[in-house]
Design a protein around this ligand. Structure first.
Ligand SMILES: C[S@@+](CC[C@H](N)C(=O)[O-])C[C@H]1O[C@@H](n2cnc3c(N)ncnc32)[C@H](O)[C@@H]1O
Length: 394
């Protein structure tokens, strides 16, 4: 397993490598065949009554990558939110050694009990707590490291209070619907990102659960508009949008495989930003223009009109690295205008540096947050924290 995941984490440290070789993963996945227990894919372990996954062992490259970023040292006190199978807690226990400690919180009672049982045979320095990780572990003192293994919408007050001054927080954070695993380190009153990477996690449950709005349109439905949190949206105004013919606006901006890493954040700064999940059937039947990504093409809604990103192949160039031009297609009475504005935003991203642009994320306690400066790309106010995203030119 470790040999297979190494290409995905090229700079895997010897410490994380050794911990992953030492902890027997199959003990945390007792009903799973060995090939899957030692594979790279995530393994869903529990589902709710509707069949929706509620707990899993994360993919092993994700686990290794997070541990690498967390930079756990001997003797550290670590808090994990989302015990799941307990596998990651066992790795953490190994990394902190007997002089350190790990507290892991699990929301689901059954999952917590299973994690505790698996961990009890292997590790003496792990405490499993059944509870809501949004509250942290107030009796646990300060933690050198906090790692969250479920998708969070906010950085709650408890995590700010329980992180040591020079601590590191690793959290998959949802910012206007975009989930990024952010490695934060404390710099004065700010949690400043050391790295920002795209990855998927199951969302947090309990007090920190903030649901996304899903607005289905067309037969099937053909398209679902997904909007983060409770931003006011007139869903009924959108219902006739797909009856209009499509209006496409090309940006003139191309990228290998249409890969545009941080463009999403430039688009998320637009009012009415959303993701459009489009059914393959609707595309195959010619009812909708193919989106840039079927699983969630970035888009924007305004009154009764919507627009989302699309691509077309560009001829010539390196056949090994085909280029796709990015465009926008609009549906609704103002489709031409809205698609034009979305395409213009793609050009603006490209003019600023395009694929060479990185982002950094800053978080502040909401009651002590600075007013966003002009260079801030987007600001998202949560219940307890203000999140700022800034462009970083390499
Ligand atoms: C991807 S799994 C965690 C994987 C785990 N770290 C492992 O090594 O197997 C996410 C877990 O977070 C838990 N969870 C969700 N919301 C939570 C919350 N508010 N507090 C604590 N745990 C939570 C879920 O029940 C689920 O078990």
């Amino acid at each position: 397993m470790v040999e297979e995941l190494r290409p995905w984490i090229p700079n895997l440290s010897d410490r994380v490598d050794a911990a992953m070789r030492a902890v027997p993963r199959h003990l945390f996945l007792p009903d799973v065949p060995l090939e899957r227990a030692y594979g790279l894919d995530p393994v869903v372990t529990h589902r709710d009554a509707d069949g929706v996954p509620i707990s899993s062992a994360s993919g092993t490259a994700t686990v290794a990558g997070m541990l690498q970023q967390l930079d756990v040292r001997t003797g550290h006190r670590v808090l994990e939110i989302g015990a799941g199978t307990g596998y990651n807690a066992a790795l953490l226990a190994r990394l902190v050694g007997p002089s350190g400690s790990v507290t892991t919180i699990e929301y689901d009672e059954v999952v917590a009990a299973e994690a505790e049982e698996a961990l009890s045979t292997l590790c003496g320095n792990v405490t499993v707590v059944h509870g809501d990780g949004m509250l942290g572990a107030p009796e646990g003192g300060l933690f050198d490291r906090i790692v969250v293994t479920a998708g969070a919408w906010d950085i709650p007050r408890a995590w700010w209070e329980q992180l040591a001054d020079d601590g590191v927080l690793v959290v998959p954070l949802r910012i206007l619907g975009l989930t990024r695993t952010v490695v934060f380190e404390q710099v004065g009153a700010c949690l400043c990102s050391r790295s920002v990477a795209e990855d998927g996690f199951m969302p947090m449950r309990g007090a920190g659960a903030v649901h996304e709005q899903n607005i289905p349109l067309g037969v099937g439905p053909d398209l679902v508009i997904r909007i983060d949190d409770d931003r006011p949206t007139d869903a009924s105004a959108l219902h006739g949008a797909l009856d209009h013919p499509v209006a496409v606006s090309w940006s003139g901006v191309s990228a290998p495989w249409g890969w545009t890493e941080h463009l999403d954040f430039w688009l998320a700064a637009l009012d009415g930003f959303c993701r459009c999940l489009i059914s393959r059937e609707a595309v195959d039947a010619g009812r909708l223009t193919a989106p840039k990504e079927l699983w969630g093409s970035m888009g924007v809604v305004e009154d009764g009109t919507l627009a989302y990103l699309t691509t077309r192949t560009r001829s010539g160039g390196d056949p090994e690295l085909p280029k796709y031009e990015i465009g926008a297609c609009g549906y609704g009475s103002q489709g031409t205008d809205l698609a034009g504005r979305l395409a213009e935003r793609v050009r603006a991203w490209d003019r600023e540096g395009g694929a060479h642009l990185g982002v950094k994320v800053e978080a502040y306690p909401i009651d002590a947050a600075p007013v966003p400066a002009s260079e801030v790309l987007l600001a998202a106010d949560k219940h307890d924290s203000r999140i700022l995203v800034l462009a970083e030119r390499s």
